[in-house]
Design a protein. Structure first.
Length: 136
């Protein structure tokens, strides 16, 4: 369990490297990132401990990512909330003679407070445009 701001920074740096493998990374990590805000007192409350444990669990049990097959169609799932935006690129592939839908990558991102005030449709559009640019 991180005991100070430097340990939180180190953990988030490590976890951030694997963010594409963790579904909803930005939303899960948000309470920990708030500890790094300038005027925030370091305190590992229940939400932050839960976020830390969730990220630690996700890092050790990440889903198996499929290799993309560019001859098959892709599916893009997007999600936007006040915490962040995320996208998941999926594809149906034949595995053991059965069609299986699986993730190829996850794309999480924190959003700035000014964009957090967007309406639901604007947030979804922001997420879609960002995801398509990121995947290009």
């Amino acid at each position: 369990m991180p005991q100070n701001e430097k340990e939180i920074q180190s953990f988030l740096g490590f976890a951030g490297y694997y963010r594409q493998h963790i579904k909803d990374f930005a939303s899960i990590a948000r309470p920990l990132y708030k500890l790094l805000d300038k005027d925030t007192v370091f305190e590992m409350n229940v939400d932050r401990v839960k976020a830390f444990e969730s990220l630690r669990q996700a890092l050790t049990t990440s889903p198996l990512l499929l290799m993309p097959n560019f001859k098959l169609p892709f599916k893009l799932y997007i999600d936007a909330s006040g915490d962040g935006i995320s996208a998941a690129l999926h594809q149906f592939q034949i595995i053991n003679d059965k069609p299986v839908e699986g993730p190829i990558c996850f794309l999480p991102r924190k959003i700035k407070p000014t964009k957090a005030r967007y309406g639901a449709s604007q947030m979804e559009c922001l997420c879609l445009v960002w995801a398509l640019e990121k995947l290009n």
